[in-house]
Design a protein around this ligand. Sequence first.
Ligand SMILES: Nc1ncnc2c1ncn2[C@@H]1O[C@H](COP(=O)(O)OP(=O)(O)OP(=O)(O)O)[C@@H](O)[C@H]1O
Length: 849
Amino acid sequence: MSSPVTDGSAKTTETVKDQEIAAEQRYVDRAYARLEEMREDAKAMLREGYRQALAGTKGSLVDRDAMVHQAALRAQALDVADDGLVFGRLDLSGGEIRYIGRIGVRTPDHDSLVIDWRAPAAEDFYRATPEDPRGVVRRRVLHSRGHTVVDLEDDLLDPSAADGMVVVGDGAFLASLARTREGAMRDIVATIQREQDEVIRAPADGTVLVRGAPGTGKTAVALHRVAYLLFRHRRRFGSRGVLVVGPNRRFTAYIERVLPSLGEESAALRSLGDLVDGVSARTHDTPELARLKGSEVMARVLRRAVTDHPPGAPDELRVVHKGVIVRLDRARLDRLRADLHRRSRGSVNAARARAADALLDALWERFTDLGGPEAAAQAEEADAGLWNALLAADGLAALDEGDAPGSSRARSGERDTRREQFDARVREQREFAQFLLAWWPLRRPLDVLRSLGDPARLRRAAGRDLDRDAVTRLAEAWSAALGPDSRSGTECVLTYQDIALLDELDALLGSPPRPPARRRPAAEDDPFVVDGVNILTGEEIADESWEPEMQELTTSIERLERARRVDDEVVEERPEYAHIVVDEAQDLSPMQWRMLGRRGRHASWTIVEDPAQSAWEDLDAARRAMDAALGVDKPSPRRGRSSSRRRPRKPAARARYEYELTTNYRNSTEIAAVASRVLALALPDARPARAVRTSGIDPVVRVVPEADLISSARAAVAELLTQVEGTIGLIVPLELRNRPEGQTALPLTDAPDAAEEHTGAAAPSWTAADRDRLAAGFPERVQVLDVLEAKGLEFDAAVIVTPETVAAQSPRGLRVLYVAVSRATQHLTVLTTRPEWRDTLTGDRRPAG
Ligand SMILES: Nc1ncnc2c1ncn2[C@@H]1O[C@H](COP(=O)(O)OP(=O)(O)OP(=O)(O)O)[C@@H](O)[C@H]1O
């Protein structure tokens, strides 16, 4: 057996490598030529679909639809594969060679030219190691630019079988990790590592829980898993959809290109602030308020809030029937309301019709107590006597005795008739209709949340779940942010936590009773419009033939309601997904978990988290809420009664697969060392991930006077602009609005020993104006962001301003700081006002304790 040919002298290496590259290029050219043919086929299929459409027989509509859809998908996948089509090659021990790429490519005779990276036959490319070669002798990664192979990198996995095989490469993978970041995440399909691949290909059922330190590829892996699931289980996940949830909008913007680059456009990508239609978060709460709003007790508080007397609801109902005045007072009305809520099982808006009936019952009861029916009967008798006198005067027969009020025949069912008459007359009264609309208004989640800006109302809703101080803070926050008048969510300053509360309220309030829809025969059949979508353009077509037919429950109520109706009262059905991916899951509050749970009651899940980066204080409560969302436990509020809510819950016991990622691909070893020092302060027992790339660039920690912070930060950025080509993150502490007066720093509970030493009294808050001053005049590749916005992002260089403030701003401040210092790939600069922080971060001194 001859040994493999490896790089000897520089000259030989060059020659051998060039030859290998040229050989691979020939293969790659063949694959591209075939790709081009496949593209032509897809176009021909699309043309054929259109042709059938124009031929227009009804029977061919389904075939045409399927054909056009398939052809369009195919064309899109082929376009995506154009860049870097082939990126891997496996040489197996039996002599078989497999090329791995972005999509599968076959010859017209169905021989495989390129295997799709998600196919089972590609698994060895990612899984084989020298310890477990799985029959792979050599793994080769092809680095391409467009259609051109520019470099190769080989791993010899089984030297004993390498018989004359050429092995080239000089750490191109590690070099690729140091590449310039352009502000958007890229796919890692060519270099997925074994432990990452295990997560990507984990079972599709149940819950996959992925943990790992910063930079271990959790986000990248989660996104590649989505592409894998959609490829392998298209029917299941493609039809009901996949939802990917990230912590904030900046983060979703950062990752939004990854799935399209893998040929997947169908997954919904949302931030926690954009999950509820029609409203959108504009800011984060202070840690203190986030803790209150996110806590699971809010579910009870909101439940009480929707059952309380609505703002502006009248205290008395007064109607007149047959000359009798009938009243219901506040105490009676409150009892009625409580009873209705007990029976409405959570769907408050849908209970309005029942509320009308209950009011009529109570009014009739009162009418009867007042002797109303007898008074009415006497009045009717008097009427009948008058008529008979008039008839007699005209020589006509008297009314049949049996028809007269009070006669034996009339008495049978008399009560029923009277009651019906009573109901009909009262319903028709404008006062009754107006009362009902005000007493049981159709409520929107935002109105209820806004009403909690009233401390008295919030106190009633809070019961014993919130203390006085919490009620005051929450009411102040909502009254300041939501304003008294604005109807639309966009005019309010909603926070990320508010969005989960609005979703909870939406679930409690439910949709208003919907008028039934009636389908008129379609005016004309547009052959290109199927189910309201133009299949050629993808455009949604408003179908005029669907017209709501209002059900005349009570004419005056309907008229009044229609007069008041506003567009945003049309409540969209909450979407449900087949699979949900939650990134940065360690930061979700219990209320946010409940919001997600409502979207995935039948879903499987991929949960990605790093507890060490959690800003959330009560992880146990969040864990319980997560289990409830995943179906391990039932959430406490009862479900509404809309059709989707009536479905049974998924089985309680669900398979859970746990994985840990252990290699840090983001930070240089130098930056990772700083991050580990912060981690040691925050969580002394936690294990940092192993960084694999040494840059030779030491992080810089400077002590500067507080007054010079802004100018020093700007100077640091200016310096970095000359050193890196890519992105620079300037990370500042949170802007703490609503901070209690006189409080400059919140207590540090993470690391009590370090607390005394590292917090100090002053923790100045950073305002929007400060941030503007910091950013002024810098190019777009410089981003100024606060520590929470920085979650999940990465930059070529990061400047962290005042770690002492970040650490002191919340009980989990040190973990937030850990997030901040682990964002950079190449350069890290920290500006502090306190020398002891410099010593700690540079490792000159071990932290106290
Ligand atoms: N196998 C890989 N090949 C190349 N690059 C990789 C690989 N795995 C991860 N990376 C890169 O490492 C960086 C960090 O990945 P990612 O953001 O997914 O980490 P993370 O664990 O989600 O980090 P954080 O917890 O800080 O959000 C990204 O630039 C990603 O592209």
